[in-house]
Design a protein around this ligand. Structure first.
Ligand SMILES: [Zn+2]
Length: 87
């Protein structure tokens, strides 16, 4: 169906453009490269199994779990409501 106000394909070009931007943005937020061999926080060696499981990991398990815990506390209410939905 021709829209009459834009050449066919113009809208699709716009959608493709925004998807490309979103992918680029998401990739820029992900850790890139092979990650770190030593934890950036405490300097302990990150186990090879963890590095293989989480390419780009920059923290050891202990430091990462500490980060996860503080993140969980900051979103406690959201997680709490999610848990109640599961009951
Ligand atoms: Zn660490």
């Amino acid at each position: 169906m021709a829209s009459g106000w834009a050449p066919d394909g113009a809208v699709q070009d716009q959608i493709d453009g925004s998807i490309t931007d979103a992918v680029r943005l998401a990739r820029s937020r992900l850790p890139s490269g092979p990650g770190e061999i030593y934890c950036q926080e405490c300097g302990e060696e990150i186990p090879e199994a963890r590095r293989l499981a989480m390419p780009g990991a920059r923290l050891c398990v202990a430091c990462q779990s500490g980060h996860d815990r503080s993140a969980a506390q900051s979103s406690y209410n959201r997680r709490g409501s999610k848990d109640s939905q599961l009951k």
